[in-house]
Design a protein around this ligand. Structure first.
Ligand code: SAM
Length: 211
């Protein structure tokens, strides 16, 4: 599937699917010197397959694609991220991409002096979270990620005082404004930090505010 990402010939490119081309060009156009091609961790095929087998295509489509994952890698290198907050972990795909990118940034695994791992994930679902933990284990990056189970509105509020180099918002769309405002108003984004907000145009949901 990723044969087009390593020095593809014109013939390879001509045969590539649209999805393969997205992935290839996302990696190719990156200016991140830490980003190797291909940067899709080998475990991702299995992670996605297990997610589809367990929840079906429709739900599994919530996982970030490899194209998105590569872009996330790029952003981690771009801002030299060391600490990341992910709101909406699902089965762990983006946390695996982020972990690998942090590794490349030289970030060590395990908790810091305050007991925080480099990535904090928030998700409301016990089931998705336990699946995510198993996938993080499989990917060998459990020491990079701590997932807090619960409504992210509450979990995020409990994290006020922490700062992150990247905040990735990818949970319930109607709470996006709350997540965004909470992060900004409470200075949870580090200087030169980056907020990534997924699916802002998804079925118009992100503007269906709860408040
Ligand atoms: C689009 S998925 C996240 C995909 C994930 N970033 C990935 O890479 O696979 C959205 C997730 O948000 C979670 N979620 C929905 N509402 C939530 C809430 N109020 N608080 C926390 N998590 C929530 C869901 O359980 C689901 O796992």
């Amino acid at each position: 599937m990723y044969n087009v990402t390593v020095n593809p010939s014109a013939e390879d490119l001509a045969k590539a699917t649209e999805h393969e081309l997205f992935t290839y060009y996302a990696a190719k156009t990156s200016v991140n010197p830490n980003l190797e091609i291909p940067s899709v961790p080998p475990v991702m095929d299995q992670v996605l397959k297990d997610t589809v087998d367990k929840y079906g295509d429709y739900v599994a489509a919530m996982a970030v694609t490899d194209y998105q994952g590569i872009l996330q890698n790029f952003f981690v290198g771009l801002v030299g991220a060391k600490r990341i907050l992910e709101i909406g972990s699902f089965t762990g795909s983006s946390a695996i991409y982020f972990s690998n990118a942090l590794k490349r940034n030289g970030v060590k695994p395990g908790p810091d002096a305050d007991g925080n791992k480099p990535i904090t994930g928030l998700d409301i679902s016990e089931e998705f979270t336990s699946h995510a933990r198993a996938n993080l284990d499989k990917a060998g990056v459990s020491d990079y990620v701590n997932i807090i189970v619960g409504d992210a509105r509450e979990s995020l509020t409990n994290l006020i005082g922490q700062t992150y180099d990247i905040v990735f918002i990818d949970a319930d769309k109607t709470s996006y404004k709350f997540y965004y405002d909470t992060v900004i108003k409470n200075n949870m984004l580090a200087k030169n930090g980056l907020m990534i907000v997924d699916n802002t145009a998804l079925w118009g949901q992100a503007h269906l505010l709860q408040e």
